[in-house]
Design a protein around this ligand. Structure first.
Ligand SMILES: *Cc1c(COP(=O)(O)O)cnc(C)c1O
Length: 424
C-alpha cells in the first residue's frame, strides 16, 4: 500500500496534507514517508530473518542522515561509493562493520579511511585496484577483506546508462577473467578474499536477469572452491525496479525476489555443500527509497504556445536530474486536483537549458500557485541535485504519521558562494 494518497481531495504523505508542508517550508521540497521506507526495507530484511543475510542499502540513491539513521536502526548495512559516504554512515550512527565499498576509482585516501574504520568488504573492480588495496593495507598493517565485482554479461534490458553488467561496461571484472583475477588476489599478502558480487543494472522490473546473474556467480563459486579459494559471502547487487506509474508491467515484489534468491541459494548449498550456509548480501538502492519520496513544487506561470503549452514550475533539472539525464518519465500529480478541462503541458523549470524539463505532454488542469507532486522521486533525486544557475539545493522533509520534520534545510544563495575567493 502506498503511503501517498488523496484524502478529501488533497494529496497526503501518510497523515500529512502536502500543502501544510509547502506552507511551512516552501517549495520545491522533497517529502519522504518513514512508513514507506520501513515497509520497503523490511521487504528485504524479513525473508532473511534468522539466516546469515545482510541488506546493504546503496546510499547513493538517497543519503540524508535521517534516512540512514532509520535504516541503521533497522539493522541495515550500507553500500558506499566514496569516503564521504562512509563518513555519512558513521555520522548517522551506522556500523562500519556492515559497510561494503563499491566503485571503480577508490583513492588511496579512501582505502586508508575504510581500512581504518574497519569496513566489511571492498568490492574490487580491477587488478590495479587489488594491488592498490594490498599496498595500502600492508603500509598501515591491516588486512583488507575483498570481494570481486564480476561482470556476468547478463543483459538487464534497461536504459543503457543504467545497464552495468555488460562486456562493454566500465564496471567489474569480465566473467572470463574472473578466475585469473581471483588467483591474483589470493596471492597478495595483505588481502583476505572473502566474497563475490555483481550489479548488472538498475530499474529491472523482472527478476529473471538478476537470478540469471546469481546462477553465474554460483557457478564461479564452485569453480573457485575446486581451486581451494573458499568464499564466505555472495552479494547479488541491487537493481530491482520500482513503479514510476508509466503503465508498464509492475515490478516484481521485493519479498518475492528475495525469497527466490534464498530458495536458489539453499538448493545449491544442499546439493554441493551439505547444506553449509553462505552469507547472502543485497545492495538495493532505488527499491528502498524510490517510492518513499515526492518532489513537491509550485506552478509559477502558464505559457501557452502555438505548438506547445508550457507550465513553468519552480523545480528544475538541477533539483531532479532524471528526466534530463535518462529521459526518465516521472509521474506528476496535482496536490489538490481542480475540476474543469485539462490542457496538455510540458512542465519546465527556470534553468537556462532546453534540457530543463521535468515532464512532457501531461494533461493537467492547473493555475499559477497550484502545488504539484512529482511521484516516486525519493531515489536519485536529491542526491543527484546540483547548484547549477546558483540555485540552492531544496529542503527535505520526513513525514512520520501525522507529524513532519525538516531533515535538511534549503540552502541559501550566500552559502553557495561562501567557499569562493576573488583574486585581484
Ligand atoms: C547504484 C548501485 C546499487 C544500487 O542500485 P539500485 O538500482 O538503486 O538498486 C547497488 N550496487 C552498486 C555497486 C551500485 O553502484
Amino acid at each position: 500500500m502506498s503511503q501517498f494518497s488523496y484524502q478529501d481531495g488533497v494529496l497526503h504523505a501518510e497523515g500529512v496534507a502536502l500543502p501544510a508542508i509547502a506552507e511551512q517550508f516552501g517549495t520545491p521540497t522533497y517529502v519522504y514517508s518513514k512508513a514507506q521506507l520501513l515497509q520497503n526495507f523490511r521487504g528485504y530484511a524479513a525473508p532473511g530473518k534468522g539466516r546469515d543475510a545482510l541488506v546493504c542499502y546503496a546510499m547513493k540513491a538517497n543519503s540524508n542522515l535521517a534516512i540512514l539513521d532509520i535504516l541503521a536502526r533497522e539493522g541495515a548495512g550500507f553500500d558506499i561509493v566514496s569516503g564521504g559516504e562512509l563518513l555519512r554512515v558513521i555520522a548517522a550512527g551506522g556500523d562500519p562493520g556492515k559497510v561494503i565499498f563499491s566503485g571503480v576509482g577508490k583513492t588511496v585516501a579512501e582505502i586508508e579511511l575504510a581500512l581504518d574504520k574497519g569496513i566489511l568488504c571492498f568490492n574490487v573492480e580491477s587488478i590495479p585496484e587489488l594491488h592498490r588495496i594490498n599496498e595500502v593495507a600492508g603500509r598501515i598493517k591491516k588486512r583488507a577483506p575483498v570481494s570481486l565485482r564480476v561482470n556476468p554479461n547478463v543483459d538487464p534490458k534497461t536504459h543503457p546508462y543504467i545497464a552495468t553488467g555488460l562486456k562493454a561496461s566500465k564496471f567489474g571484472v569480465a566473467f572470463s577473467d574472473a578466475l585469473d583475477t581471483y588467483r591474483a588476489a589470493s596471492a597478495l599478502p595483505h588481502l583476505d578474499v572473502v566474497g563475490i558480487d555483481c550489479h548488472i543494472g538498475s530499474q529491472l522490473l523482472d527478476d529473471a536477469p538478476l537470478l540469471e546473474a546469481l546462477d553465474k556467480l554460483i557457478e564461479l563459486i564452485d569453480t573457485l572452491a575446486g581451486e581451494g579459494i573458499h568464499l564466505h559471502h555472495l552479494d547479488v547487487g541491487g537493481g530491482l525496479g520500482i513503479d514510476y506509474g508509466t503503465g508498464d508491467n509492475a515490478p516484481v515484489a521485493i519479498g518475492d525476489y528475495v525469497s527466490r534468491v534464498f530458495a536458489r541459494v539453499d538448493a545449491w548449498r544442499a546439493e554441493k555443500y551439505e547444506g553449509k550456509p553462505i552469507k547472502v548480501i543485497f545492495e538495493p538502492g532505488r527499491s528502498i527509497v524510490g517510492n518513499t519520496g515526492v518532489l513537491l513544487m509550485s506552478v509559477e506561470f502558464l505559457k501557452p504556445g502555438e505548438e506547445k503549452n508550457f507550465c513553468v514550475i519552480d523545480a528544475a533539472m538541477n533539483d531532479m536530474a532524471r528526466p534530463a539525464l535518462y529521459q526518465a518519465w516521472m509521474d506528476v500529480k496535482p496536490v489538490t486536483p481542480r475540476a474543469g478541462s485539462t490542457v496538455t503541458y510540458d512542465l519546465v523549470g527556470p534553468v537556462c537549458e532546453s534540457g530543463d524539463w521535468l515532464a512532457r505532454d501531461r494533461e493537467l488542469a492547473v493555475e499559477p500557485g497550484d502545488l504539484l507532486a512529482m511521484m516516486a522521486a525519493g531515489a536519485y533525486g536529491f542526491t543527484m541535485s546540483s547548484n547549477y544557475n546558483t540555485r540552492g539545493r531544496v529542503a527535505e522533509v520526513l513525514v512520520d504519521g501525522d507529524r513532519f520534520h525538516l531533515i535538511r534545510r534549503r540552502e541559501t544563495p550566500e552559502e553557495l558562494f561562501a567557499l569562493e575567493s576573488i583574486v585581484r
